[in-house]
Design a protein around this ligand. Structure first.
Ligand SMILES: Cc1cc2nc3c(=O)[nH]c(=O)nc-3n(C[C@H](O)[C@H](O)[C@H](O)COP(=O)(O)OP(=O)(O)OC[C@H]3O[C@@H](n4cnc5c(N)ncnc54)[C@H](O)[C@@H]3O)c2cc1C
Length: 411
């Protein structure tokens, strides 16, 4: 089979670029191993709501049209949003088809799938940034008596054994799951490393409103000092709830959850936590206050009077240094939740586009292999790139690049 462009992945990123390719009459196919929005259907927990408000949930030519712009979509609503987008743009989807290899061939590419092989001039890798749970090596030391679960497998607390739970990681996922599991009546401890503290609302406005208004979401990959680091910053401690509640270490402690430092190792069944807990918390408070300063400066400079008075939040309460060890073999902990981040799976990509650490190397989504692109990675071209609404600008830019490449092939 032959086509000009193969898009790999039928999530929102693949669909956004499909729309831009269609607008330019570039013939293409979107190859998806499952169905449209597969990741949201098969790899997310039941209670998850977006942490971005509905007014930010938009794709090229398609925006949220409901009457609750400031609320946060749950999974059924989001899946419906992405599916109706696919229908509206008549995306040329080829579902239930897994790409098993991509290699260069005759100046273009050969895309091998379990349903046949495609020849094409250009490829867009939109297969997701969160295909695999990044479980640390220390997990190998977990005693046999303790079960482990990743956020990609977790659906709800009913699937956990009764008894204590250790959640490792305190970014958006870890904080949300610790809170949910604790509400099920289980004692919960959360291990906290580097984290990003962010209030849900500030001066009467949602934090995403501030991020958008102050221009931070549009910050370009060429403007930040250290793009490699920026692409690996943990997700902020945020939850999208009808109550617009903040979720941070203070609220977790108030509800009865215990805190520990970063999990450094497990030796003879004993978890060992870092002594840097206080530093991690102080750094997170410092960075949050810097962000609030940026918001305040923007409000002053732009004479914005639609916001309440400036204020600061209570620092993270660190009354005592938490214990540095926990015996995981004592029966106190029955389950460990590895909320330690995600990574993409590009194991099927047989093109030399990886760095020394095996990560896809790209310049704003343009790979060092002519006619090959990637979408949906953190801070791909802008800070908003990994969010749903970030796909529009990235897809437009990369389609421009891809179209120029096609022009250069025929010239
Ligand atoms: C827990 C969690 C919460 C998030 N919350 C928010 C939020 O609140 N707001 C927000 O804007 N963003 C959020 N994101 C980030 C982001 O929107 C999602 O990661 C989103 O799923 C990325 O879209 P995508 O299209 O790039 O990738 P995906 O949605 O993962 O789509 C990739 C598609 O590629 C397919 N695929 C993968 N490999 C192959 C292959 N070899 N062959 C064929 N098909 C393949 C997959 O089945 C999948 O359907 C969240 C992410 C996670 C993990």
């Amino acid at each position: 089979m032959r086509v000009t462009t193969v898009v790999i992945g039928g999530g929102h990123s693949g669909l956004a670029i499909s729309k831009c390719l269609t607008d330019r009459s570039i013939d293409h196919v979107v190859i998806e191993r499952g169905e449209v929005a597969n990741s949201w259907k098969s790899q997310r927990w039941d209670s998850l709501r977006l942490l971005t408000p509905n007014w930010l949930t938009r794709l090229p030519g398609h925006a949220y049209k409901g009457d609750q712009p400031d609320e946060f979509m749950g999974m059924p609503e989001l899946i419906d949003f992405i599916e109706s987008y696919s229908t509206a743009i008549s995306a040329p989807m080829q579902g239930d088809t897994t790409v098993t290899s991509v290699r260069r061939q005759n100046g273009g590419y050969e895309v091998v799938t379990d349903q046949g092989t495609w020849q094409c001039a250009t490829v867009v890798v939109a297969s997701g940034a969160c295909n695999v749970a990044a479980v640390p090596d220390v997990a190998a030391g977990l005693p046999d008596s303790v079960s482990s679960v990743t956020p990609l497998e977790y659906r709800n607390s009913d699937q956990l054994a009764d008894g204590g739970v250790l959640v490792v990681g305190a970014s958006a996922t870890g904080a949300q799951l610790a809170d949910e599991i604790h509400r099920s009546g289980r004692p919960v401890t959360i291990s906290v490393g580097e984290h990003v503290r962010m209030p849900r609302t500030y001066r009467g406005r949602d934090v995403q409103w501030w991020m958008d208004a102050a221009g931070l979401l549009d910050e370009s990959h060429t403007e930040v000092d250290d793009i490699v680091r920026a692409r690996h910053v943990p997700s902020p401690q945020l939850v999208g709830s009808p109550e617009r509640a903040s979720v941070d270490l203070n609220t977790l402690v108030e509800s009865g959850i215990e805190l520990r430092g970063r999990l450094g190792g497990i030796r003879d069944g004993v978890a060992q936590f870092s002594g840097g807990f206080r530093n991690h918390c102080m750094l997170a408070d410092l960075k949050m206050n810097r962000l609030l300063n940026t918001f305040d400066e923007w409000a002053t400079e732009s004479s914005c009077d639609e916001v309440a008075d400036s204020h600061r939040f209570e620092p993270t309460r660190i009354e005592d240094e938490p214990p540095l060890e926990m015996n995981l073999a004592s029966g106190q902990i029955q389950t460990v939740v590895w909320a330690t981040g995600f990574r993409p799976d590009h194991s099927w990509l047989d093109v030399p586009v990886f760095d020394r650490k095996g990560r896809l190397e790209h310049d704003g989504g343009v790979l060092d292999s002519p006619g090959m692109y990637v979408m949906g990675m953190p801070f791909l071209r802008r800070r908003k790139s990994s969010f749903i609404h970030g796909a529009e600008d990235d897809a437009n830019d990369l389609t421009d690049h891809l179209a120029s490449h096609l022009d250069s092939m025929v010239a």
